[in-house]
Design a protein around this ligand. Structure first.
Ligand code: FE
Length: 335
């Protein structure tokens, strides 16, 4: 009798476990997060439903859906979007020792509405044939006339550039950065086009001498199984900007639990899973991002690149100055 009872309890428990799920609106490309979510599912039994799309679309969708949203988590690849979602009251506070212990405070929201999960740095890459490394200094120096017609960068509609400019406004003030940006635009080798990988290829074939890109694009191309990508990447070198100043600009991929999450417990469990050593190591090994946990060792090309000084600007400021950055870039003609 007792045994039957135990079995019944076990089956009910199984049933509950099977029913557990978490729904994500993700602005990350599926391949760059799905393996981790699958592993989470195997480890916990919690089913993960992933919908991939654009961050701005999801923010609008969450606003419209309100209480009826199926989403428990919004995941993005930029802090400014997380700040925007918070400003629109789309997240809720999450109290988690596990998250607060691992994630440095400047990579998470002051009210615990969103959390950085991985880091990426916007670096300068250069052609060693055309540029002496000693000529490179920091982002501000890219406005120097010595770079006239030599810089490639993607368009101002790209959030990575908006966040870089926002960080510079936060550090140096809007007036100084407006002059800087107008001179930077004069130094462009061509009208901005393509993604970060295209900027690397452009430097490789001599369209420009330097470019601004996120570190993981270069790493991914160096490890690519497509020969032309690998060869292009091998022709350029990475430079960590501003190592004697604030440090290289960094941004996060991150997430928050939605205000009306129906699976709040599971959502928190997933966020906590994403900062475990195993998951943090995955971000470094597979995505070539940096872990938000500073204890994680980089084993790939990231390890070869070595340690660098990163800007510890509070990433909430990327959201606060996003609009200023967008308008400023428009005024100076950064297409
Ligand atoms: Fe990216």
């Amino acid at each position: 009798m007792k045994k039957t009872f135990t079995i019944i309890i076990f089956l009910i428990f199984q049933q509950l476990l099977n029913a557990a799920e978490v729904n994500i609106y993700s602005a990350r490309k599926e391949t760059l997060i799905k393996p981790l979510l699958d592993q989470f599912n195997r480890d916990t039994g919690i089913k993960v439903n992933l919908i991939t799309g654009k961050a701005d679309t999801f923010i609008k969708r969450l606003e419209i859906e309100g209480k009826n949203t199926p989403a428990d988590i919004l995941l993005t690849v930029d802090a400014a979007r997380l700040v925007r979602a918070k400003e629109k009251d789309l997240f809720q506070e999450v109290i988690s020792d596990a998250l607060n212990k691992v994630i440095p405070n400047y990579f998470r929201d002051i009210d615990n509405h969103w959390f950085g999960l991985s880091l990426r740095s916007r670096v300068i890459i250069f052609s060693p044939d055309k540029v002496n490394k000693r000529e490179l200094i920091d982002y501000l120096d890219l406005a120097n006339s010595k770079w006239r017609g030599r810089i490639c960068v993607r368009s101002s509609s790209n959030i990575y550039n908006q966040s870089l400019v926002a960080s510079m406004i936060a550090r140096h003030g809007i007036n100084k950065i407006e002059i800087w940006a107008s001179r930077l635009v004069e130094n462009f080798a061509r009208s901005p086009k393509g993604g970060d990988r295209d900027q690397i290829k452009a430097v490789a074939i001599g369209v420009c001498d330097i470019a601004l890109v996120n570190n993981y694009y270069l790493a991914g191309m160096l490890e690519s199984n497509q020969e032309y990508e690998m060869n292009a990447a091998k022709k350029v070198k990475l430079f960590w900007p501003d190592q004697n100043g604030h440090g290289a600009h960094v941004n996060i991929s991150g997430a928050g639990v939605t205000k009306y999450a129906k699976n709040k417990e599971e959502a928190i469990q997933l966020l906590e899973y994403l900062v475990t050593d195993k998951a943090q190591q995955w971000y470094s090994d597979i995505n070539y991002e940096y872990a938000v946990n500073p204890e994680i060792k980089n084993t790939t090309i990231l390890g070869e690149w070595g340690a660098f000084k990163s800007d510890d600007l509070n990433l909430s400021l990327l959201g606060r100055y996003n609009r200023d950055a967008v308008l400023l870039m428009d005024r100076v003609g950064w297409k």
